[in-house]
Design a protein around this ligand. Sequence first.
Ligand code: CP
Length: 305
Amino acid sequence: MTDRPQHLIDIASQDTTFLRRVLDQAAAMRANPDAFRQAGSGRLMVNLFYEPSTRTRVSFEIAALKLGLQVVNVAAADSSVKKGETLMDTFRTLEAMGPDLLVLRHPEDEALVPLAAAAAPGTHLVNAGSGSRAHPTQALLDAMTLLDEHPDLSQAKVLIAGDLHHSRVTRSSAALLKKLGIGELRLCAPPGLEAGPEVSAGAVVFDDFDAALAGVDVVMMLRIQHERLAGMDIPDPEAYHREWGLTPERLALAAPQARVMHPGPMNRGVEIASEVADGPQSLIQQQVANGVFTRMAVIHELLKV
Ligand code: CP
């Protein structure tokens, strides 16, 4: 592993020193954003999204603009992908136009792997969410938000709850929290939506949501990934909320002043009640704000700007 990787494809394969440096850099950028305003001047970033996104796409764009990069946005739905062009051909076409950085969201787990292998040395790839496998910048912004609350993560108990099986956020966040030495990572999912063994290793797994909540410092709620259920029954939203929704009553089972996180988009009244999402214990808006600084730091570290 080199000091600075060429790409950011997932958390698992990244060196912990690099990940900590991104988090430190993000905090420095938040403290003094003006100092980095021209850092990426003359560099070009392309956002290429094969799936919908609000937070990730826009915050990458804002992060790049704050660093002085130029940005081009490509929505696959409006591109020659619709004429049958392969992902590799689309990538090679865009790469020939000379971007320094290509940010890609794609529905397939391993979509970025062959692109990373084919990329020229001056082309950097960032995974903006691939299938159910990885969402590394979401994990980094979640860790930044957690560190604001718990600078010593070894003292923190964090619960990730919801559809863990289809969640790229779970995979990346669990991997990062373990690398950062989280005190206790708890996982809890409805039957059929449990995390796989790679994610569960080193975590405490619960099948009872109330028991999982007992005494935790932070609850990270996840939506059901309807777009990835593929043949599974879609739960009734009201029944799901009764059994698996984070309500004010359930949140009271956690530690006093426990914090609530959600990567978004939320399904209000399903996995989370609006009173909780908008309540005083919620960190959801801070997560979004930290997303910009985290992505600035990722761009900065990969491009060496
Ligand atoms: N958290 C997240 O990835 O949100 P978007 O799908 O809006 O980018």
